[in-house]
Design a protein around this ligand. Structure first.
Ligand code: SF4
Ligand code: SF4
Length: 460
């Protein structure tokens, strides 16, 4: 039985546990409760665990570690919103978490309503954030570019009030749209699932089954050189064997940042293409190594943001940029979501689940939505109260994501993450990189130089 598994049963409050990271020379000694960790030569953990000098130093640093973690988990206030300006989408991706009836025949938000919504949100953020900081507003899907005229009008109207982002499927970005977005420095996220049309079309296509791969590549070509953009690949059984080719394609097209996100199984379509953890880990870690080779060959990084976030969770928790891998996750506390009717949800992942509606923005429910059962069930989901996760050595680097997925898969939120073994493998790999002094090669240059925390989710 691996050392880590042995120690799962003996993890007590403030107890140091040995964690086998699969490195030839090092293992980790972790204090799961505070997320303190150190690497030690193999076989020395037991001796160090009873070394009074070492234990004294751990005890000294514990309050600082614990306070940082406590703040990150319970002390943050809302500073971002995911905003759906339309219910419609021009694509019918097999794993989409939004119901098809909504994407096919839903409504656009009018310009008047959109402006009213952004004004109301701004008033709320002013009560939550210091006066010199701007909230983030990410236009999100369905497909926000279907309501482009109103979205662009809102961006210009509120340009001094928000930091804007757009998450799009990338099929509707003509030259004018790209000029608008890049000239204003707007953060842009695209989606592409395969290195070839054949692979992309397996999961991402129009309602008529038409492929969109080349259209997205055209947009990426036009964005070459723009630093404020990223491409999300949703990893499924349909593209798992092509992750190396994906990162090679992204690197060749000078994509600055990508994400290789595991498919969310919140709706049945996701579950049907869910990869198993072991196969996923192997392909994912191979692709990460490929990004490292490409960096070594070219001097240019392709940062895999969802993995970089796990590195940050281990080496600098407050520098995290994504808020899925922590418990409670960021949904309903750091950010929330507004759909095209103005309905409020803890996160976009819940938009297709009516029981998680926390009220309506236009009915004046914004403040009270945070106190509703819909929001509270997410914001009070604590890892300590989730069975096996409560004693897991890597619990504060994983967070057991995602509550929406757990609820739909298991009927209760208090169940472990859908990709549990994959998370453990990621943490082991991070610690191996640290042991070999390679972790910075996988992070953004200057990641430690006062970068603001931005709340993005691991989703498209
Ligand atoms: S889901 Fe995450 S926290 Fe829970 S047991 Fe698995 S790795 Fe640990
Ligand atoms: S996607 Fe899931 S884990 Fe991530 S913030 Fe939303 S609800 Fe939380």
């Amino acid at each position: 039985m691996p050392v880590a598994e042995l120690d799962l049963a003996t993890d007590m409050h403030n107890r140091l546990v040995t964690f086998d990271i699969g490195h030839p020379e090092y293992e980790a000694l972790l204090e799961p409760q505070s997320a303190f960790w150190t690497l030690v030569e193999k076989g020395r953990s037991a001796r160090l665990s009873s070394d009074t000098d070492f234990l004294g130093r751990v005890a000294e640093s514990r309050p600082a570690f614990s306070a940082e973690l406590e703040h990150l988990r319970f002390g943050l206030t809302p500073s971002a919103v995911y905003f759906n300006p339309t219910e419609r989408c021009n694509l019918n991706c097999t794993y989409c978490y939004l119901p098809e009836r909504m994407r096919r025949g839903g409504n656009h938000m009018s310009r008047e309503r959109l402006f009213e919504a952004l004004e109301t949100l701004l008033g709320f953020f002013r009560t939550q954030m210091p006066p010199d900081s701007q909230p983030q507003l990410i236009f999100h899907g369905s497909e926000p570019m279907l309501n482009r005229e109103n979205v662009f009008a809102a961006i210009d109207r509120f340009k001094d009030d928000y930091i804007f982002g757009i998450q799009t499927n990338g099929t509707l970005l003509d030259d004018d749209a790209i000029e608008f977005i890049t000239s204003r420095g707007i953060s842009l996220g695209l989606s592409l699932d395969g290195p070839t049309p054949e692979v992309t079309d397996r999961t991402r296509h129009t309602f008529n089954g038409r492929g969109i791969h080349n259209r997205v590549l055209e947009s990426m070509e036009k964005l070459r050189g723009y630093q404020n953009y990223s491409v999300i690949t949703t990893v499924t059984t349909q593209n798992l064997q092509h992750l190396n080719e994906m990162v090679e394609l992204f690197h060749s097209m000078e994509v600055p940042t990508c994400m290789l996100n595991q498919v969310r199984c919140t709706l049945p379509g996701g579950l049907e293409v869910r990869p198993d953890d072991a196969t996923f880990s192997r392909a994912y870690l191979k692709a990460l190594e490929r990004t490292h080779e490409l960096y070594r060959e070219s001097g240019r990084k392709l940062v895999v943001a969802n993995f970089a976030n796990i590195i940050l969770a281990v080496v600098a928790p407050t520098a995290r940029r994504l808020m899925c891998d922590i418990s409670p996750c960021g949904g309903g506390r750091c950010f929330f979501a507004v759909d095209a009717k103005g309905d409020l949800f803890p996160c976009s992942e819940f938009i297709g689940l009516p029981s998680f509606r926390g009220g309506n923005l236009f009915d004046g429910d914004l403040e009270t939505s945070f106190e509703t059962e819909a929001f509270k069930s997410v914001t009070t989901r604590k890892i300590e109260e989730i069975g096996e996760c409560g004693t897991c050595p890597v619990r504060h680097f994983c967070g057991a994501p995602c509550p929406a997925e757990a609820h739909e898969l298991n009927g209760v939120m208090e169940s472990k993450g859908a990709f549990c073994d994959f998370y453990k493998d990621q943490v082991r790999y991070v610690m191996r990189l640290i042991a070999d002094g390679r972790e910075s090669d996988f992070l953004w240059d200057g990641w430690d130089k006062g970068m603001p925390m931005v709340f993005q989710m691991e989703m498209d």
